[in-house]
Each structure stands twice: as C-alpha cells, then as structure tokens.
Design a protein around this ligand. Sequence first.
Ligand code: WT7
Length: 655
Amino acid sequence: MANDQIEAWLQENRSFAPSADFAQKSNVTEAEYGRAHSDPEAWWLEQSARLTWTVAPTRSLDWNPPFAKWFSDGMLNASYNCVDRHVDNGFGGKTAIHWIADAENEERVISYSELQQMVARCANALLALGVRAGDRVAVYMPMIPEAVVAMLAIVRLGAMHSVVFAGFSAEALASRIQDSDCRFVVTADGQFRRGTAALLKPAVDEALLNCPSVESVLVVKRTSQEVVWNETRDHWWHELVDSQNSTHQYESFPAEQDMFLMYTSGTTGKPKGILHTTAGYLVGAATTYSNVFDIKPATDICWTAADIGWITGHTYIVYGPLLNGVSQVMYEGLPDSGGRDRWWRIVENLGVTILYTAPTTIRTLMKWGTSHLIGHNLSSLRVLGTVGEPINPEAWMWYREFIGGNNCPIVDTWWQTETGSIMISPLPGVTSTKPGAAMRALPGITIDVVDEQGHSVPNGHGGFLVVTRPWPSMTRGIWGDPDRFAETYWSRFPGTYFAGDGAKRDDDGDIWLLGRVDDVMNVSGHRLSTTEIEHAIVGFHLVAEAAVVGASDETTGQAVVAFVTLKLSDDDQSQDHAAIIEQIRQHVSRVISPIAKPRQIILTPELPKTRSGKIMRRLLRDVAEQRALGDVTTLTDPTVVSMISGLMEQHSTED
Ligand code: WT7
C-alpha cells in the first residue's frame, strides 16, 4: 500500500507526548498493558469487579470457537448496575442526565434517584403489557431521556432491546422488527429537528401493517401533533408509565442473558442483527469508558454527541457512563439547531469535560469556520474523542487546536457494532498520540495486522486488521444466522476475528486504520486505499470533504474517482473549477504518487451520507460506473445522488 502521506505526517514529527497534553493523574498507567497482556483472562475477570453481582463469577472465558461465553457462572441485573446501585451508594442526588432539547431554553436535569424511579415505573408498565425475559422490544425513539429509560427498563426485565435509529424508514423498521419477532415497540409521537416537529408514529403504524408479532406500542408524547391511535394496541407513556409504582424489585439474570440486538449493514443487502449479551458487554463498556476517557466520576461532565440509535449511543451514552456513575449531557438537536455555535454554548454553559464525536461532524464544524468559537470558553474540556471512520490528520489537528486548545489528548477510537466497545485507542496521559492514528490496542485486547495468509506483517506494512483473542464485549452472533456469523468474521483466518478493515503499523508499531478492505482499490496492480487518497485530497486547502471510489477501468483495472466538496472563501469564489480540479490532481500526485491521481474529480455541493453520517461509497461507485443506483433508502437525502449523477456529466475531466 502506498503510505507516503502518513509518512509525510510522521516526518513532520506530528507526535504528541502524553504528558504534554495531560496534567491529571491517569486512571491507568503504562503498566496496565503488560499486566493485561501477561494473562488477559485473569485481567478481565479482575475488571468484572467493576460490576455489582448477585453471584460473582469465578470463570472468565469459555471458548468454543467462534462462540464465546464470559463470566458464565455469574448472576446480575444490568439496570441495577447502571442506576440503583449508585443510589444505594449515596449518589441519588447526583445528576445522571442533563438533557438539552433541540429548542433553546428547554432542558431537564435528572438525578440518579429520579432515573431509578423512571426506570422502575417503565419496567412495571412493560410488565403490565406482558414483556417477559427473553422478549425482543423495538425502540424507535428520538434523543429524549425516555429512550434511555426504556432501554434500562427492558434489560431490567431480562428482555432485549432492538433500538432502531429514528431516522430509518417504516420499511427498515419493519424488516428489523420482523427479523427478531419483536412483541413490543416503544416510540414517540414525533421529534424536533431545528425547531420543526416531525412525526414518528406514522412510520411505526405503517411498519406494523407487516409485523403481526407486535402486540403493544408504548408512545411518548414529545410534540403536540395529532397521531392516529389504535385503542387496542397503543398506550400513552404519560398514562401507562406515569401511573405505575415507582419501585421495582429487580431479578438477577445469568451473565450470558441475551441483552440487545443492534442491526448493522454488511456486504450484502440484508442487515445483520448483532447480538450482545449482558455481563461481557457491560464489563467492556465500563472498563473502556473509564480507561479511554480517563473518567473521574466526581468531577467530569461527559458528552457523547451521538444518537442512541447506534452502538456509540448504546455503549457511551447509556451503559458506559451510567455504569461509571457520571453526570452526562444528552442533546436532542443537530449541531446547528439554534445556531452554528450551539455546541460550544452547551460546552461552556455546562462545563463539559469529555467530548466524543465523529470525524464527519468535526469536518462540518471545521467547514463552518472558527468564527463560531469566538467568545466561547471551552477550557473545561480535557479529553476529546473521535469514532466512526478514519480521521484525516487535518480534522484531527483542527479538533486539537481549536476545540482542545492544544492541551487535550485526542483519543481516536477504533471499534465496531460487533466489538461492543472500544478496541484500539490511545489512553490519555499514557499513550502518545499522532494525528490520524488510533495507536494501540487497549489493555486486554490483542490486535494483529496480517497478510492474505494470516501472517503478521512487519512494522511499516499494511494488511488486514484482526483480533486474535476473544474479548468480553464481542458479539455473540448474528440473530438467527450462526452460519453467517462464522462465515463473515471467523472463516477468513480461522479462529481469529476478521474485522473487515485494513490497517498499517508504522515504524513505531503504532496502528493506523486505512478504511474497509472492501474499499481497497487496485489500480494497475497497485493497491491503494480510498481513505488515503481522501486524506490527501482533504489536505488540499480548498477542499472540505472528499469521497474516493474505485471505478472499473478498461486499462487499469480500477481507476480512482473522487467526489469533492469545496470550501471557498470570498477571495476564492472566482476560481475556475477546471483549474481547481487540476490542482487537486497534482496535489494527490505529489502527496501519494502519480498512481493515486484521480482519473476524474467531480465537484459537488454535497456527498450522499447515511443517517449515521457515513459516506455511501457504494452509491458513488454506481454513479462513477454509470450503473443503475442500488438501494438509497438509508440516505439522509436520496436526491443528493441523482444530483451528483447530473454533475458527473457536466463538470468532470478525463485524461
Ligand atoms: C466500522 C464500524 C464503533 C462505533 C461507530 C461505527 C469504522 C470506526 C473508526 C476509527 C477508523 C473506524 C471501521 C469499522 N471505524 N471507528 N476510529 N478509525 N475507522 O460502528 O457502524 O459498526 O462501523 O467503522 O471501518 O469497521 P459501525
């Protein structure tokens, strides 16, 4: 793989020593890596003491590849661990969730005791509706506290939540409900987006036309919009939940009790129901949250700016923070609801110390410019996190400089829906950081980068990212499809977890993620990473965002096609597009190699993104190859693709 750009960054000595950024005493030290490495299973059993057990486990791992069990003789209740035990320990008055609405001046402060009562009432209501241990309950909710309450109440009963992102269509919701035969749905009448109320329940009504398994629907009233009501099936939250008893005696469940499903897309069209079970997942969430963000529960104000509809929201809004008993911010709106400085007002007003977001958001904030930061005191921040895709060094540096004031460690955290919790990341105050690198496997996690034959590649080389030993929060399978589970993750390198990502170890042995291997291109026999070329293009001063795909080409096998959005200052507006395109091509040629020079560059005002913010490269490949478009239903705005198809004819250049 061509890695000249990474090398260029390294040659500039862009490496930040841990102590330079971090005055605090970290929760763990360098010694933790060695302790965990010498006996990972013993180390994880030790970490399991972060939970309060009814019956403490004596076993760590039972491994029957590819099926793992962790802490299998232990018994516990997930919801008790997130909520009640903090009240029992005297923290009932502490803020659990400081919820900020999409609208200005609307907020709710919920203490751990209030959360306990809300969860108890919801659990009692779900019991009354007939929810029993093992049932699947779909949750299709906006970012409101009731979403968290519902999740905690469901797992309190030993049932499973299957949270479906509220931006998904009725069809997507229906297919997820059907795949796991959900008996119940928790939803809301609607939600707010930049001040506008939008309906949610009609999508549920439509989905349920094709979901005979669903018996009851619990509906939060969030807006004052009219919704169609089914008297026998639908129940208002404020009627059913609010009238329940505010105590609920929890039951203990086995460590391996099924806990939740999270649907994610694979290489085929059908989404996979990724299964997580209770104790291993919770141990992973609690341990990684504490270590990676160096959480100090007494003083931190944590903000994971994600949606509960994704795994990041599950692990780092709901379970990780609540298990650690922190106070956190939960925000309903978009980054620019109420103005482009909304985030910075939240950080300043609430004194946020830990901020966790995605590269795509960082690039958007960057595009909006630093003028929105002026006058906001962000000095409370002490750790900044990023997740979801490889972060380009420019965005990393911007985050560090403008948001972190050059003194917050940036933790670039690599993980997946399937891994349940963070796997690769620096540790604040312990690991040095480099712009664009996820650096090191966490204590207790064993990562390797291997070639086609499964052999470790030496430092300085690229290959496939694998996890060589089981870990507690690993998925236990794909719902209803053990063969697909074994095939997708465990067959390419038998006995080893194949993540689907390309990675490189630099000369120091630090890990750089290079994007999905399904996005690796082969141009004239050279292997090129789409991510690497994107980084190069984004490094050009006029570029805001870029997506690169490999389009089939008669001569070279594949050719590089780039879709680019520009950021033009007033002075730059007059520049000729053809000239800019040529400058970008020369820039890529210079930064990576002439081989990587895009055959075509299409300038577009927007890129097609999924609702989780991922660029849909599959669709861009269709556009680049002028094929009929595949499924566009998961896009935030399906019209973006047809617009780009049009631009493809107007603005492209060819050699
Ligand atoms: C894929 C997993 C984990 C929560 C959000 C995404 C990519 C994730 C990073 C990172 C480079 C990353 C990988 C991975 N990814 N984090 N820090 N650097 N790539 O969860 O939807 O399951 O996606 O996201 O390609 O395989 P997901």
